[in-house]
Design a protein around this ligand. Structure first.
Ligand SMILES: [Fe+2]
Length: 296
């Protein structure tokens, strides 16, 4: 049976941890914990700690641009549109500076099979930094991993589906392979808008559709992990099996071995994938769809 939610379950920092753990382990729907931690991370902080390090960001045209953190911050301060997505290089360093203790308590220390895949390679894929500026958004999507998002600075509006999408209704199931990402139409009547503020923690379960919109500069840290195999088999069987079958395991592993910031989607890559669709009507439709959706 599909679970449907009318609002995002909201906990306070004073809520008993057992209650949150219970909800996390049993409900498997998105929830937020308000004021769960205090954040001292802002643009100045990133400048002080990481100024000389190079990052790959998407610029206003959604093209990849490599620049130092210092250059990025100065452009962002000038009001330019940039987006840093799932940056593991800084995310892993930042992990030492933010208190993830609370997340670990919510989640427990369990490590699941797929988590080992996430920690392949040079840096762990589990700790990632996001920085968005005004008007940054992305297509509505869902992924195989779950996230616990710690919102660090500014605010960001999340649009979260009220229920798990029916598999048949998903518009693009394998277009972005080998990156295991489902993409579908935005539909505000079937979504809940949730504004995240510094100190908030959001749980986004695997394969739950969402997208974000930024009205101003904001920074967040996402801790990604996989759910127990029972979750994928009982709650998201079709979405999980379809990806396991259509996304050959070797290309999947190749994709996750690469540093995520090296394969963040940019405009060119998405257009390229659309252009490979053989059927003309479908190709035009895909190009139109992604043109209307911000690539960042
Ligand atoms: Fe996402």
């Amino acid at each position: 049976m599909t679970q449907k939610i009318d609002q995002i379950q909201t906990f306070k920092h004073t809520t008993d941890l057992n209650e949150i753990q219970d909800y996390f382990n049993n409900e498997k729907t998105p929830f937020v914990i308000k004021n769960a931690f205090s954040s001292n991370i802002d643009l100045n902080y990133l400048e002080r700690h990481f100024s000389n390090q190079d990052v790959i960001a998407l610029n206003e045209k959604s093209d990849k641009e490599t620049l130092s953190m210092s250059e990025l911050i100065s452009k962002v301060n000038q009001g330019k549109k940039y987006r840093l997505r799932a940056n593991t290089k800084i995310g892993n360093q930042l992990k030492e500076n933010i208190d993830t203790h609370y997340l670990e308590q919510v989640r427990g220390n369990k490590k699941h099979l797929f988590d080992y895949l996430l920690s392949f390679g040079k840096t762990s894929r589990q700790n990632t930094l996001f920085l968005s500026t005004k008007e940054c958004t992305f297509s509505k999507h869902a992924h195989v991993i779950s996230g616990l998002i710690m919102h660090l600075y500014g605010n960001k509006t999340w649009y979260i589906s009220k229920s798990r999408e029916r598999f048949q209704s998903i518009k693009y199931k394998s277009l972005l392979n080998p990156n295991p990402l489902y993409v579908t139409d935005k539909d505000p009547t079937e979504e809940i808008a949730l504004r995240l503020e510094p100190g908030d923690v959001l749980y986004m379960p695997a394969y739950w559709f969402h997208y974000t919109y930024s009205y101003d500069i904001n920074i967040s840290y996402s801790h990604f992990f996989t759910e127990p195999i029972q979750y994928y088999l009982y709650k998201t069987f079709l979405m999980f099996t379809y990806q396991a079958v259509t996304n050959p395991i070797h290309s999947f592993i190749k994709a996750i071995r690469k540093e995520p910031e090296e394969h963040i989607f940019d405009r060119e890559e998405i257009i390229d994938k659309c252009n490979k669709i053989r059927n003309k009507a479908q190709r035009d439709e895909a190009l139109r769809f992604f043109k209307d959706n911000d690539y960042s």
